[in-house]
Write a protein that binds this ligand. Sequence first.
Ligand SMILES: [Zn+2]
Length: 427
Amino acid sequence: MNNAMTISEQLWQGAVPMEDWTAAVAGGSITPVGEDVVVVHTSYVFGNVTAIRTADGLVLIDTGSREIGDQIFAAIRKWDGRPVHTVIYTHGHIDHTFGVHLYDAEADERGVARPRIIAHRGVLERFSRYDATHGLNSVVMGRQFNIPGYAFPDRHRRPDQIYDDVLSLEVGGVHLELTHGRGETDDATFVWMPQKRVLISGDFIIWAFPNAGNPRKVQRYAPDWAHALRRMEALEPETVVPGHGPVVFGAARAKALLDDTASVLESLIHQSLDLMNQGKSLEEVLAGVVPPAELLARPYLKPKYDDPEFVIRGIYHLYAGWFDGNPAHLKPAPAAELARELAALCGGATVLADRAATLLKDGKTRLAAHLVELASATAPDDAAIQRVRADVYAGCAAAETSLIGKAIFSVYRRDAEGLMRSPGPGR
Ligand SMILES: [Zn+2]
């Protein structure tokens, strides 16, 4: 057993963090799944790639990202040199699609046909949307990952063949069944290899609590996600290749993984809908839903990437639109106007900031954030207020378990630190 496989086992037992696995697979590591199938990993952050050997050439499921696609390419080519016949995108996210350019270039170099790309119809729509929102995506990703000047990729390789609900494929004697579902994305595919009982789940399984509520991305589909997982569970796979993280071997573990992930989503959906059907506001739904702690403690369901609270918001938004049920939020006054009113009432922006600092010390980071934003909106050029603001968001980030929560608070901590250094009018 290689180091990555040993750590995968420890990961399943909950004995080590995912960071240990990422360190073990860095540079490109292969997990064999029987004779003619390998899964290539480079880190937890970027998607896995599955390579299948057939009589007609290789089939790849996903291709890696712009950043690490070359590591995956090298690992696959070390394993098998035959041409890539078909590429299946499990969805259109760039860490799953962008490595494809390497295989196109290789085919051009060899003077053979480029791979045939197959994906759900929604991938085409996604790439059109990416073209329409290139600036937005560059800003959001650059801020979230703190990469100044980040440019979102813009040469998206379109699929050659699209499908709608299901697609059966036969490539060089290997049978593959593609099924569409909505989950983190609306264009997702899971792939079933009936001969080997191997399920390639794409990002329906990511070795973390489902990323169904990302605050800065388009709508996610928690109910469809749970439904897709139940369909996968019904296939009774013996191996699950997740979108991210290690391969899960054995029917019992595969079932637990799929069942638990579906169950955690179903719990949040049913609880949210119960309250919504009673006419509760978003705030009441957020306060009333109890995330299932036992499931969230599973090594493969920890809320390390997304946050159950964000997912509840996503569910509310899916069924009820953007209005949160607070009438003051339907047509709100400008935030700075409200802030100036409140600051004047309580004795000035500094009073608000001082109180925010006290609340932060008491661990009340949510309230502290409200007050320090009011202070900052009233006096954005006050370096002392921005100091408190930076401290509040450092505290907020530290209190989060999810990468998304930590990242967004960190954006505003850096914003406050920037304002501390360069205050003054005309900003
Ligand atoms: Zn992914």
